[in-house]
Design a protein around this ligand. Structure first.
Ligand code: ADP
Ligand code: S3P
Ligand code: MG
Length: 175
């Protein structure tokens, strides 16, 4: 088995579902945001605020390379912007399988708590009316990167368990 990278827009459920999937598969779990935070000794928000997005993306790439280089076979939840920078998407597709968790902006907006919005720098400062429109535009710009995934799962009508089962079934078939 090769590493499995979960990709998709902010708040689509990569971290929540990645943990569940790793538990079901009995393999290690990694989250690139958590690894960046550990490496920088600061929250994602503070890295953006004090070091800038460019630095965040450099560290994000470093932690991706490190996870791939370690040779373990983990489930990796990526940050929503990771696939859109450098050749990260190609790098993940070469090292393992990528799964795009596609979810509508409307559903993500309903599920995100006020804290969930505050801790995502790209969503800070948007009011309720602006949020869905911003996410729809941003998601459309990122779609060509996400669409390079080995598997696309449309999550809006599925429970977490159904998403996990769908990925497990496709893995059994060799994806
Ligand atoms: N099964 C669920 N039902 C409802 N809301 C959920 C569920 N799973 C996650 N969420 C909400 O969505 C937010 C984003 O989930 P998360 O896994 O952090 O997404 P990502 O890692 O893709 O940004 C969570 O903080 C939580 O508020
Ligand atoms: O989409 C993005 O550019 C980002 C997504 C976040 O991760 P999640 O997708 O887990 O929210 C985090 O990496 C950072 O706030 C930037
Ligand atoms: Mg996450």
């Amino acid at each position: 088995m090769k590493p499995l990278f979960l990709v998709g827009y902010m708040g689509c459920g990569k971290s929540t579902l990645g943990r569940k999937l790793a538990r079901r598969l009995g393999i290690p779990y990694a989250d690139t945001d958590a690894l960046v935070e550990e490496r920088e000794g600061a929250s994602v928000s503070d890295v953006f605020r004090y070091e800038g997005e460019q630095r965040f993306r450099e560290v994000e790439r470093e932690v991706l390379d490190r996870v791939i280089g370690e040779g373990a076979v983990p489930v990796v939840s990526t940050g929503g912007g990771l696939p859109t920078w450098s050749d990260n998407m190609a790098r993940m597709n070469a090292a393992g399988c990528t799964v795009y968790l596609r979810r509508s902006a409307e559903q993500i907006a309903r599920r995100l708590s006020p804290y969930g919005r505050r801790k995502r720098p790209r969503l800070q400062g948007l009011n309720d009316e602006e949020l869905v429109a911003f996410m729809e535009r941003d998601m459309a710009a990122r779609e060509p990167f996400y669409a390079q995934a080995s598997l696309i799962v449309d999550c809006d009508l599925l429970s977490d368990e159904e998403v996990v089962e769908c990925i497990l079934a496709r893995l059994k078939d060799g994806l």
